[in-house]
Design a protein around this ligand. Sequence first.
Ligand code: 5GP
Length: 206
Amino acid sequence: MKTDFGPRRGLPFVICAPSGAGKTTLVSRLTAEFPLEFSISCTTRAPRGTEKDGVDYIFLDRETFVERRAQGYFAEWAEVHGNFYGTPLQPVRDRLALGKDMLFDIDVQGAAQLSLSLPEARFVFILPPSMEELERRLRGRGTDSEEAIRIRLANARTEIMSSHWFDAVIVNDDLDMAYDQLRSFYLASTLQPSLKPQLARSICGA
Ligand code: 5GP
């Protein structure tokens, strides 16, 4: 007979990367394999392409964002490329309490704040194998101007140099190997005792 050790709390799982490191591909593989829910952020930037309000982002005007920020609505927030981005705290708490693992695609400044409001969160940083390779990938995308590439590379350098506090760093040189490391770290993170506060008591009958 299987023993029921009770449900566990959801894991907040945060993935940061400089643009061009391959985060989107790795995240798509992880969410295809595991039932992680994506935390939907608020932003003041305009929707792009096929983006839908309430699905990709919750699109807010600046005034509403600033009002909500003052009310303590966000678990973290940051200004990225001149726009505000923030993670609504209560919906995340509700989903975690129901045992849903949540995935956060946020920038490094926001990640550092999230570690304070969600102490059980685990943080992964995806690194390019070298700055030369990152530059090659950014140019290969053909979507950015010379100026935008220069800014992205400078931002990437700053973020990479401040990545020492993350729980895991993964170099995305070989995609399959990087994915293996990401999924292993995710699975290991779901085993942390703080997600199963009743486990020890239920085993000991205490
Ligand atoms: P984009 O505008 O291209 O969708 O996102 C730009 C940057 O904002 C990305 O680095 C993304 O990780 C970051 N970002 C998206 N949502 C949030 C959020 O809620 N908080 C923070 N701090 N950064 C976010």
